[in-house]
Write a protein that binds this ligand. Sequence first.
Ligand SMILES: *Cc1c(COP(=O)(O)O)cnc(C)c1O
Length: 353
Amino acid sequence: MDIKFVKTSSPKARIPDSELGFGKYFTDHMFIMEYNNDIGWHNARIVPFENISLHPASTVLHYGAEIFEGLKAYRTADGSVRLFRPEENIKRMNSSAERMCLPLLDEADALEALLKFVDTERDWVPHSEGTSLYLRPFMIGNDEHLGVHAVSNAIFYIIASPSGSYYKEGINPVNIMIESEDVRAVRGGTGFTKCGGNYAASTRAGKRAEEKGYSQVLWLDGVERKYIEEVGAMNVMFKIDGEIVTPALTGSILPGITRKSCIEVLKSKGYNVSERLLSVDELVNAMKSGKLEEAWGCGTAAVVSPIGKLSYLDEEYVINGGRIGEVTQMLYDTLTGIQWGKIEDTFGWIKEV
Ligand SMILES: *Cc1c(COP(=O)(O)O)cnc(C)c1O
């Protein structure tokens, strides 16, 4: 693919790693490519980071035609830069695009764009322990009229944000509220896609949970509000009486790459993993009887995040004494070890930039 490059004439000052936080600062450049039904994807370019100008009737502004991905570039001790399973993000973006009637990407071209972009921004990948360059590919529908149709025009972008360590003070378990009123997604809907609309619809529950002192919501299924689905931006796993359980991908759950990687690590270490329906009643009973041994969320941002407390209908349950469990710790150490090059990648997950 031909990717034009326009270098910034005003490089930004670097932010100290300790002040990065998440998603607040952006690098010097951005990748852009446009799509039109007649010519397909065209005009691929890496240009100085700047505001986007859109027609006020642009589809994305009215009908939510937007999908995104999230992945990180990691710097290893020897200074090299690498991605974790980027092909999976591209495949998932295409699966989201298909559902949302946005154009599909050529997978090889998208990977080339991602690698070239990260290479351009290589110096922005921070060096401190636990830090990374967060990459945000996204696509918007951009027809310049108000009719409701599958779009004929779209734009694909990649932006990057140097991000701080998720666990600055060691791995702290998170407290999570099981949401019994709002739902995030239903089967047949868009729950399996990474689309902005899913987040727009879930903000209210997240806000309420925060007001009660919980950091995120654990969603129940949208039809019966009976089965466990996932946490805000993480999939969820439990160890119940020796069995490792994670909700099956029924269509309303985001198929996380961290989830998939956890399952593969667990299987490689001889654990059985049940991908099945898990009702909130079964979970509450396991918490009451002390059979819930561990609970953790898994997603790119935190990698693995132990759940210390779960609340349901105003009852609060402490899990594993509020400490990180053995399996959770093993998964965290294995995945972060592979990502930052501290342990060998026997799975073939790393893509060097
Ligand atoms: C991105 C996301 C996840 C985690 O997916 P990863 O590929 O592991 O980062 C889980 N749930 C939702 C709703 C998400 O948007």
